[in-house]
Design a protein around this ligand. Structure first.
Ligand code: GAR
Length: 205
């Protein structure tokens, strides 16, 4: 079967990338194949995960590109050269401008570590999201997978999963629970959903 070609964009540890790789191995993702990993940070451990899985990888930094525009053009070029159908932001800590997102309508996914519309938007990323959830005192948080458009964390929601906050949680403990119980499940599931749509719309011609 012709599969959807997936690029995963990362910045750090890459546990969500690992969940996608594992899901491909176990068959949870069967309509898509991870064909490229792009990091905006040369030290991202996610790159080692890509190497271990034998996936092509590239590093594109804003510093080397000199501007947001050149940074996004370089990523677009890689997406084109590798014939990518679907872009997955998996812990990618850089906001892509409308210049980029408008070229890929409903073809970019992001995983966010809260139940959108809570604790999201500009400035809410990584541990900060969990710090704010704890500070606010919510009893339930979770994760969201959504399409990416020009509004940070504002695109159509595909999947969400709730996670309970427990007595004594620290941002780090909560982050880990949200990853284990929600992110590592809904990101592969949504990736398969969209990959399947891509393949079937291709077959319909
Ligand atoms: C994940 O919790 C992801 O949801 C979050 O950063 C972490 C990356 O971990 N992303 C954002 O906050 C984006 N707004 P990982 O590198 O181990 O996948």
């Amino acid at each position: 079967m012709d599969k959807a070609r997936i690029a995963v964009l990362v910045s750090g540890g890459g546990t969500n990338l690992q969940a996608l790789i594992d899901a491909q191995r176990s068959g949870v993702i069967s309509s898509g194949e991870i064909s490229l990993v792009i990091a905006n940070n040369p030290d991202a451990y996610a790159l080692t995960r890509a190497d271990s899985a034998g996936i092509a990888r590239a590093v594109v930094t804003k510093r080397e590109c000199g501007s947001q525009e050149a940074f996004e053009e370089k990523i677009k070029e890689l997406i084109k050269v590798h014939n990518i159908d679907l872009i997955v932001l998996a812990g990618f800590m850089s906001i892509l401008s409308e210049n980029f997102t408008r070229d890929f309508p409903e073809r970019i996914l992001n995983v966010h570590p809260s139940l959108i519309p809570s604790f999201c938007g500009k400035g809410y990323y990584g541990l900060r999201v969990h710090e704010e959830a704890l500070k606010y005192g919510v009893k339930v948080t979770g994760a969201t997978v959504h399409f990416v458009n020009e509004i940070p964390d504002g695109g159509k929601i595909l999947l969400q999963k709730a996670v309970e906050i427990q007595e004594g949680d620290t941002p780090e403990i909560l982050q880990r629970r949200v990853m284990e119980q929600a992110e590592w499940k809904i990101l592969p599931a949504a990736t398969e959903m969209v990959s399947k749509d891509i393949v079937s719309s291709r077959q319909k011609g």
